[in-house]
Design a protein around this ligand. Structure first.
Ligand SMILES: C[S@@+](CC[C@H](N)C(=O)[O-])C[C@H]1O[C@@H](n2cnc3c(N)ncnc32)[C@H](O)[C@@H]1O
Length: 231
């Protein structure tokens, strides 16, 4: 488990250093019951023509409790899906979700989206949902997505746009951590989720030279569907 130590006279307290580790159960509830399910849009964006060939490799970055990795692996059994996340507890939840849904084509790995443990040009498709709200180096992650995608590989990015609804879960996680830890823990997440403006989202996505790119917006979300060009 990712941990940090905290000195208190007479005792040593070991705490997880991520709110998603400490409050994994709360985030899993939010994901299940509060947030939108974009599975149909993701399927349409990533595989618009044919069903993917057996062994098509799909990554979900910052997969949390594995909601999309499992939904997509369930819809398309030919996919070989890996969800990555920094929270060990969420990876455990995701793994047991895939096991109980009997999805041998879906697995999870502890990894940092800033440094993907995959070869360049090796992944067919990538899904990123609500990750850029909390990471320190957004452009670094987009550059990693571009690096590992195969030529003509696609990625789907969904980021919320509504301030209050988006910030609510992280704010509650901070509150829960303060109520249940003494002294208050130090966590890597920002105090407030960074909801990107349209221009900032567009600039972020355009930081790589995609072969093609489409940006979409609705009341609550902004989306990017990007395809890497041929080398
Ligand atoms: C706001 S949640 C989004 C979870 C899920 N994608 C969803 O749609 O609900 C962000 C997730 O990203 C994970 N995370 C944060 N920084 C990360 C990083 N650098 N690499 C991988 N995962 C990260 C957190 O542990 C958390 O599970």
């Amino acid at each position: 488990m990712e941990q940090s130590e905290c000195e208190v006279p007479g005792r040593r307290i070991v705490q997880p250093d991520s709110l998603f580790e400490r409050c994994s159960w709360f985030y899993a509830l939010c994901r299940e019951y509060l947030f939108r399910d974009h599975t149909p849009e993701i399927l349409q964006a990533l595989f618009p023509e044919d069903r993917p060939a057996p062994g098509t490799r799909l990554l979900e970055l910052g997969c949390g409790p594995g909601f999309y990795a499992c939904r997509l692996s369930e819809e398309l059994r030919s996919l070989q899906t890996t969800g990555i996340d920094l929270s060990h507890k969420l990876i455990e939840r995701a793994t047991s979700r895939a096991r109980s849904l009997r999805l041998p084509n879906c697995n999870f790995q502890h990894a940092d989206a800033h440094h993907l443990p995959y070869d360049s040009d090796s992944i067919d498709a990538i899904v990123v949902s609500r990750l850029f709200l909390i990471v320190p180096d957004k452009e670094g992650i987009v550059s990693e997505i571009f690096r590992v995608l195969k030529p003509e590989g696609r990625c789907f990015i969904a980021e919320p746009t509504s301030g209050f609804r988006t910030r609510f879960p992280l704010a509650v996680m901070w509150l829960l951590s303060r109520l249940t830890t003494s002294p208050a823990g130090k966590y890597r997440e920002p105090q407030q989720a960074d909801v990107m403006s349209r221009p900032d989202f567009e600039t972020l996505v355009k930081s790589q030279e995609w072969g093609s790119m489409e940006l979409k917006y609705d009341g609550w979300y902004q989306y990017a569907v990007c395809r890497k060009g041929l080398l």
